[in-house]
Design a protein around this ligand. Structure first.
Ligand SMILES: Cc1cc2nc3c(=O)[nH]c(=O)nc-3n(C[C@H](O)[C@H](O)[C@H](O)COP(=O)(O)OP(=O)(O)OC[C@H]3O[C@@H](n4cnc5c(N)ncnc54)[C@H](O)[C@@H]3O)c2cc1C
Length: 393
């Protein structure tokens, strides 16, 4: 996402500069949010690949598929490919994203245990699903739920396990998540929260997941969806400042001259993005510097998410709970209609919002969060289901 976006933006700024993309993937840029649909059989690989070869050729963006980068030599302004070949650069964007994090659970290397990050992962999961009846998903975040739904669409019975006390603990509070839990169960998925996985059992191939409370959940496949870690291993020895991600400033500049980072691999102000709006905003900011503008760009997007399961409305942007002084939570709860809305305001400025069970005003709310708008004038009415967002424009 970040690499593709930056390349396109650089070409928009400079029609001549040579642009090369090196990727370990065998496919051109594709839309990761549709991977659960690929698992579910609703789309095929060609449906989610954004652009064909010609698109890149016409824009003179030279994409080298299946060419992993093994290391970076900032002092020499070179990258080293896995075969050992060195390639020089004028400026470099590191946009290697993130890899799934699998906690050290016994049995996690058994046949039938999967993660979902790439097209290849999705196709392997789908293949296994075609000969399976029961799946366990470890992790009740956005990806775990969406993938669980994909597996269910393949006809499997699905159990989702979450260590926290509620689903989507990074996007929702307890009350919002309780509405979601009802919706997910209504779809026929089984959910257990507040559980610890003890081990994944099986003789060569997975056959059950054992919980710390002694429960055994028989299954034919397991999907581990417990977060990601920035893909920074290949930068060891490069001299670049790397913490959990590549440390960058607001213009996406790393500690080395001419080297930028954007997307899931970048760490700005101690935070890593982890989603598409942030990756796009950072890539566009990085493009300004990559194209040689010494003033650089500035990334500004705030994380926001929606759950992509048909029939379930969940939106969350920015902060999910109050912290610090002068912070207020405006909450609207309509239990009868299973609607919950919360807006978080600090010193008059909106810093977060969540809506479950409704889509009303979600786009407007998101714009207000992205703009860090002053919403003081509307007080707690801004959280109401019938609030007229026309007033805010
Ligand atoms: C199934 C799924 C669903 C998602 N749904 C959503 C959603 O609905 N909304 C949302 O906002 N976000 C979603 N995300 C997260 C979103 O996809 C990421 O935040 C986004 O893709 C980050 O973009 P990126 O360019 O930083 O990383 P990526 O898109 O991961 O791109 C990094 C690329 O670098 C390649 N690479 C890594 N190391 C090397 C190397 N050494 N050499 C060469 N190439 C390398 C990788 O193979 C990959 O192709 C989802 C993610 C997944 C996996």
């Amino acid at each position: 996402m970040a690499g593709f976006t930056a390349a396109r933006a650089v070409r928009g700024l400079d029609s001549d500069v040579p642009i090369e993309i090196y990727t370990r993937e065998p496919y051109h840029y594709y839309y990761r949010p549709r991977l659960p649909d690929l698992v579910g059989g609703e789309v095929e690989p060609e449906d989610i690949i954004a652009f064909p070869d010609d698109w890149y050729r016409e824009r003179r963006i030279d994409v080298r598929l299946e060419e992993p980068v093994a290391s970076v030599l900032p002092d020499d302004r070179k990258i080293v490919l896995e075969g050992g070949r060195k390639v020089g650069y004028g400026s470099l964007l590191i946009a290697t994203g993130a890899d799934p994090f699998v906690p050290p659970i016994e049995g996690s290397t058994l046949d039938g245990v999967f993660v979902l990050r790439t097209m290849r992962d999705a196709l392997s999961i789908r293949e296994r699903a075609s000969v399976s009846g029961r799946a366990v998903v470890i992790g009740g975040g956005l990806l775990g739920l969406e993938s669980g739904r994909g597996l269910q669409r393949q006809g499997l019975s699905v159990t989702v396990l979450e260590t926290a006390d509620w689903l989507l603990p990074r996007q929702l509070d307890r009350q919002a998540a309780s509405i979601l839990l009802g919706d997910v169960r209504d779809l026929g998925m089984s959910v257990r929260t507040g559980v610890q996985v003890e081990k994944i059992g099986g003789d060569g191939s997975v056959s059950c997941v054992s919980l710390a409370d002694g429960t055994d959940l028989p299954c034919d496949m397991v999907l581990v969806s417990t977060g990601v870690r920035s893909t920074v291993g290949f930068l060891e020895g490069s001299g670049l400042e790397v913490d959990r991600g590549v440390v960058v400033d607001a213009g996406m500049r790393s500690s080395a001259s001419g080297v930028f980072a954007a997307g899931d691999v970048a760490q700005f102000a101690g935070m890593r993005g982890g989603n598409i709006p942030v990756a796009i905003s950072q890539a566009e900011a990085a493009a300004v510097g990559l194209a040689g503008d010494a003033r650089g760009g500035e990334a500004g997007a705030v994380s926001y998410n929606t759950l992509k399961i048909v029939g379930i409305d969940v939106f969350s942007a920015g902060e999910i709970a109050c912290s610090g002084d002068e912070c207020r939570e405006h909450v609207y709860s309509d239990e009868q209609n299973s609607i919950y809305r919360k807006v978080i305001v600090r010193a008059g400025t909106i810093v977060g919002a969540m809506v479950v069970g409704s889509r009303r005003g979600v786009t407007a709310l998101n714009s207000l969060v992205q703009e860090a708008a002053d919403v003081e004038a509307w007080g707690e009415a801004i959280a109401r289901e019938d609030f007229d967002f026309g007033k805010t424009q």
